[in-house]
Design a protein around this ligand. Structure first.
Ligand code: VGL
Ligand code: ZN
Length: 210
């Protein structure tokens, strides 16, 4: 069985880029390295994810009656109150149109259940439901998973942690991610935590030159 490699492009959506409702600083800067990775031919499988919320999603500050950025409990789970973002079918939820989607094999939509947030491409935040991505990658004999996209401190982090938990050899491509940084340093702290958990932090150049 060969060591297949998957590239996961997390939530490179308009709302997480400058001009969006939950804009990540320089979020659009991940597109170029991701396109270079896609074009490199070094990945057997390419998966893109979309945060895909109903307009009454429980993580929205407007729905929860909380101020944006505050921490509250959503069905027993810690939850940050976010601005409305990535509402199903909206322009904000669309993938960036400069992202090269030609080689994308599968698109995972997550966060559809109003009652629970879903940062990871694999499971919701309570690990109650799976998206099917784990089985999809296993069926294709994927061994290595490379995670890119937005945001380092939320969906990239949770996706990488779950990938590692599923037993895939997991990498985060640092320069192909950007963080929300609700608190200064959150993105760097996320990368440090991931490294301690066994995720390899790498760069686009390192991959392209290997
Ligand atoms: C994300 C906050 C809320 C992300 C999604 O893609 O990192 N962050 N929903
Ligand atoms: Zn969301």
């Amino acid at each position: 069985m060969s060591n297949k490699r998957a590239l996961i492009i997390v939530d490179v959506q308009n709302d997480f880029c400058p001009g969006g409702t939950l804009a990540v600083t320089d979020g659009d800067q991940v597109v170029d390295p991701i396109n270079r990775l896609v074009a490199s031919g070094k990945f057997d499988v390419v998966v893109a994810t979309q945060d895909w919320h109903p307009s009454d999603h429980g993580s929205f500050a407007s729905v929860a009656g909380e101020d944006v950025g505050t921490l509250f409990k959503l069905n027993g789970l810690d939850q940050v109150a976010w601005p409305d973002h990535c509402v199903q079918g909206s322009q904000g939820a669309a993938l960036r149109d400069d992202l090269n989607l030609d080689k994308v094999n599968m698109i995972v939509r997550k966060g559809l259940d109003s009652e629970v947030d879903s940062y990871s491409a694999f499971f919701d935040n309570g690990k109650r439901n799976a998206t099917g991505l784990e089985g999809y990658l296993r069926d294709l004999d994927v061994v290595e998973v490379f995670v890119t996209g937005l945001a380092t401190d939320y969906c990239v982090r949770f996706t990488a942690e779950d990938s590692e938990w599923c037993g895939f050899n997991t990498f985060v491509v640092k320069d192909a991610t950007r963080g929300v940084n609700l608190n200064p340093g959150d993105a760097d702290a996320a990368l440090e935590a991931l490294a301690e958990e066994g995720v390899v932090i790498t760069t686009t150049d390192e991959i392209l030159n290997s």
